[in-house]
Design a protein around this ligand. Structure first.
Ligand code: C2E
Ligand code: MG
Ligand code: MG
Length: 640
């Protein structure tokens, strides 16, 4: 009920004395003129009622009368039903032979909690305080002493009607407030538990639901499968397709996953959730056996990898998948989730982004990793990270054209760890910048020494990872190190894999431009495995493409493979880029890439990555042997 709906001042007067009823009607009537007219009364009424007063400022009351308690109760009941409740009921205390005013008040109160009840009595019994307790609330029950003065009666009616309206407005405001609080709570609940983009439950909601079905232990939780999936290169897609299409894609993935489990979904606790930017989770309770488990995981992968039609284009996704299940991998949602996450990360590191089922061995891997992390921090401080150098030869001249610096971790026990074992770790630990700095320092120190000691200017390529592109002062850092070591910037090239480059082109583009302006060379590593669109190549200031090793490895297997490499070389040439073939392991491969027009070659066949002293010895030997035998047999008239 809003204040507008009940704006009139409805008053019920109840007395078995017909004369008194007449008196009420007179003093509450619109034409009532007090004997000694003062302005006070109409002023009061004007303040209280505004519009509800007549032109003289007198309040308009709608007065109804009854002469029996029972009739009064019936009138109140009717008024409440009709949505036109009374503001006040004046109740005579004694109305024989029917119920008395107190009983009538009690029944009226039960029907209408807001009405102001005025007990009209010649004596003051029962005690006013007791009455408040007997017929609460105490602020809505009043005594009015008979005989009363007409003005007194009108004043009381005006004041109580005013109070009734004020109470109503307050209740209404409270209702509105309550509704708002409820709506906000609901919205907060949604925010806390649901992903705003897809409307799917988030990680918190998923684990809550998982714990609920585990604790309810109704058997449904037996063998609950948790599958986590990560959409590969989503941020790249998001950027190239536009943010709206990215959002559309996420929604479509959510809808498709839900549809996949349509037949199991009702009331089983099955939950599809989005728990990261491009990460989804499927919680599937009630798995019967291993076969079903595998079938479900594979179904999820195929579901997501079927093309999505976004903006009229077919979009093919790849999903890395990690799976773990209750109770085998943990007794609560959090533990199972952690296991599934470990499995997911394992899949994400695999080149085929396949499916990984969690197994307990991963726990010992995790322990091993923790130890490695601690050691890696110390290794950087103790200069245990060194660089090997692998020669790159110019196919036209047969001369050494440069070298690639490849990081190695030389541990105190003499073992040498390859980069795959610590570079990704350094990235996850957030210390890859420190590592890059240490490596570049070493490289620059070597380059300077080669020049000072032997007069050799050998260009060196240093590998960069996507993490370094996020370092806001990458150019500043490189500049400082080069200047400290007095190394010519033209002797340093930076290699970035195509996949890293495309991971976030918006970030990469300006950094590459700054680096190019600074004067270092930029090479795209492992070219050919990334995104199929090549338009990005034309707009980036790169000088060199390094054909991915996998193409070279398969080169001699078929004519088609040859044509692929030929096409990559032709593409590089068309864009006026230098092309390097890496991973050359046989003479046949070398001859072919030379025939196709590659500029440089790198590989075990020509020279393995070597520790600095071995590399320098290799360079010496090459320089010495140039007159005796050719390093590259097919190079005629090779320059010295
Ligand atoms: P990449 O930059 O493509 O380096 C070439 C990798 O191929 C090297 O492996 C090298 O040893 C290997 N390789 C060279 N010739 C042949 C060959 O004929 N056959 C075969 N099968 N392999 C060959 P490595 O040193 O294990 O490095 C692996 C990757 O680790 C590198 O691939 C690079 O992406 C990364 N990496 C190495 N050093 C660094 C570094 O300092 N920073 C960063 N961010 N990444 C690095
Ligand atoms: Mg490289
Ligand atoms: Mg490479």
């Amino acid at each position: 009920m809003t204040p507008d709906e009940t704006s009139s001042n409805r008053v019920l007067v109840v007395d078995d004395d017909v004369q008194l009823i007449g008196e009420y009607l007179r003093c509450l009537g619109e034409d009532f003129e007090p004997a000694n007219a003062t302005t006070t009364l109409s002023d009061l009424e004007k303040v209280l009622f505004g519009d509800e007063t007549n032109e003289r400022g007198a309040a308009r009351f709608e007065v109804h009368s009854r002469n029996r308690g029972e009739a009064a109760v019936a009138a109140v009941e009717e008024s409440v039903k009709a949505g036109k409740p009374y503001s006040i009921v004046f109740l005579d205390i004694r109305m024989p032979p029917g119920i008395d005013g107190i009983e009538a008040a009690r029944r009226i109160r039960a029907l209408d909690p807001n009405i102001n009840v005025v007990i009209v009595t010649g004596s003051l019994s029962p005690e006013p305080e007791n009455l408040g307790k007997e017929i609460p609330p105490a602020d809505r029950i009043f005594f009015f002493k008979k005989p009363f003065h007409a003005v007194e009666c009108r004043q009381l009616a005006a004041a109580l009607c005013g109070k009734w309206h004020a109470d109503l407005a307050l209740r209404h405001a409270n209702d509105v407030l309550e509704q708002r609080v409820w709506e906000r709570t609901e919205a907060l609940h949604k925010l806390a538990y649901y992903d705003p983009v897809t409307g799917l439950p988030n990680r918190l909601r998923l684990t809550d639901e998982f714990d609920r079905i585990i604790h309810e232990g109704d058997g449904a939780a037996r063998d609950s499968l948790l599958v986590l999936l990560d959409i590969e290169r989503f941020s790249f897609l998001n950027e190239t397709m536009g943010y709206d299409s990215g959002t559309e894609l996420l929604k479509a993935i959510g809808r498709r996953l839900l549809r996949t489990f349509d037949e199991r979904s009702s009331g089983t606790g099955l939950t599809i959730s989005r728990f990261g930017a491009d990460e989804f989770a499927c919680l599937i309770p009630g798995i019967k056996d291993n076969t079903e488990l595998q079938e479900l995981v594979e179904r999820i992968k195929t579901t997501v990898e079927e093309p999505f039609l976004i903006n009229g284009r077919d979009l093919f996704l790849k999903a890395a998948i990690g799976a773990a299940w209750y109770p085998t991998h943990g007794q609560n949602a959090k533990t199972v989730f952690r296991c599934a996450e470990a499995a997911l990360h394992r899949s994400m590191r695999r080149p085929d982004s396949g499916i990984t089922y969690y197994h307990n061995e991963m726990q010992s891997t995790a322990r091993h990793r923790f130890e490695l992390e601690t050691e890696l921090r110390q290794a950087i401080e103790n200069d245990e990270i060194i660089t090997y150098f692998q020669p790159q030869l110019c196919l036209k001249t047969g001369r050494l054209a440069g070298a690639e610096a490849l990081a190695r971790w030389q541990r105190p026990d003499g073992t040498i760890l390859p980069p795959a074992e610590f570079i990704p770790l350094s990235e996850e630990m957030g210390i890859s910048d420190v590592l890059f700095e240490a490596i570049l320092q070493r490289v620059c120190d070597s380059v300077r020494r080669w020049r000072d000691e032997s007069g050799w200017d050998i260009p060196v390529s240093v590998n960069l990872s996507a993490h370094q592109l996020r370092n806001h002062d990458l150019v500043g850092l490189i500049q400082t190190i080069l200047e400290q070591n007095k190394v010519d910037r033209r002797l340093i090239n930076l290699e970035l894999t195509e996949t890293d480059l495309l991971e976030d082109l918006a970030i990469a583009r300006p950094v590459l431009q700054d680096l190019s302006r600074f004067g270092v060379g930029l090479h795209i590593d492992d070219f050919g495995t990334g995104y199929s669109s090549l338009s990005y190549l034309a707009e980036l200031p790169v000088q060199t493409l390094k054909i991915d090793q996998s193409f070279i490895e398969r080169l001699t297997e078929s004519k088609t493979n040859e044509r692929v490499v030929q096409a990559i070389v032709a593409l590089g040439k068309a864009m006026q880029l230098q092309v390097i073939a890496e991973g050359i392991e046989t003479e046949q491969q070398l001859l072919l890439v030379n025939e196709f027009g590659c500029d440089l070659a790198q590989g075990f066949f020509l020279g393995r990555p070597m520790a600095e002293p071995d590399f320098l010895a290799w360079c010496d030997a090459v320089a010495e042997s140039t007159s005796k035998h050719a390093v590259l047999p097919f190079v005629a008239g090779r320059e010295k």
